[in-house]
Write a protein that binds this ligand. Sequence first.
Ligand code: IMP
Length: 418
Amino acid sequence: MSSKADVIVGIQWGDEGKGRIVDLYAAGYDVIARFGGGDNAGHSIVVGETEVALRIVPSGVLNPAVELFIGGGTVVNPSGLLEEFDRLVALGVDVSRVKLSDRAQLVLPYHAAQDRAAERARGAQALGTTGRGIGPAYIDKVARSGVQAGDLRDPAILREKIRRNLAARAGALAGEEPLSEAEIVEGALQAAERLVPHVVDGVAYIHERLEAGKRVLVEGAQGSLLDVGFGTYPYVTSSHTIAGGACIGLGIGPTAIARVIGVVKAYCTRVGAGPFPSELHGDAAERLRRQGAEFGTVTGRSRRCGWFDAVAGRYAVRLNGLSSAVVTKLDVLSGFERLGIVTGYRLRGQSVGFCAASDPDLEVEIEELPGWAEPIGAVRAISALPAAARRYVERLGELLGVPIELVSVGREREELAR
Ligand code: IMP
């Protein structure tokens, strides 16, 4: 009997805490698959004293029983992946279980250089990218000139594609140190020696597992509001981060998906530039940043912080066809006397939807709810939360229009209320 996959996606601007939720849910699955993005993602999982920061390896890696798959919709930096392997091996993790689709695109040194040069050229309109070369790697993909993971098997093709790509982008690297073609080729050939055993026919891989009835969990990266088509364009990443991206990024049809679980932080954050209607400034923002340790896993940048935005949330529920939601970091809100939730957007007196998020005249409607003073890290049932915290979670569920199946109340693996 064949099976269907479940998908976990972030429904804000990334950093919702998906890694930790995937780590938790991994126990119920046989395969965890990443479908998009690259090492712009930073998924951290806390186990006791150790914090494991993952970039491209799926977040189920700490569960020894699961297979891990990096799908064809991703962009993979070969040397970054090998460094990640080394860090995991040092922790005693068996990385032979990690398989890489032959269709994944490679991120090579000229992509990061082009990313930096493009950001400089944008000046005041810079997007605030992670500088990892993600956008340029996806540009190569759609320009049909990218290097695929499958090319790692053939040194002659690898050499030739790198030569052509480097020559073609001479003008796009203004202000960057000249890059050595020989060094890039050498680096790719060396990486190939270790990576080729991980490269598989990505379509056969995922379908054989589904056909064998294996339980597959598909892990999204970034958040829905960073989706290249439906996010706050152009302040977005270059891939499809919404649940539909799982089909594109793995080569499966929509009928192969059973459930879509959305991970949503109890408030909002965003790294990099772009619209953020519920953004706070001053003391409240500072407090969220400090209590929530809101600093980027990849770039170390401090994250912009704001109230939960239900307009953005409902928009993301639609984009993803969400079945249910998981609320993360509720504990960060402990100690606030009052909490805000953005429940509406207005433009020149008219009620408007998320599509107006970048309008400079946008005004937000804020509903205030009472806060709670008690720490909640020890609570294990949503029904046992302090009344105000329970009310807050219920309100998020009402506004999103989907059931909330789990709430995280602390950093540790077991700090969860069901
Ligand atoms: P890029 O993906 O590096 O091109 O960056 C584009 C935008 O997406 C920037 O605003 C980044 O800060 C943001 N971004 C990319 N990856 C993540 C992530 O994993 N979490 C949060 N923001 C991200």
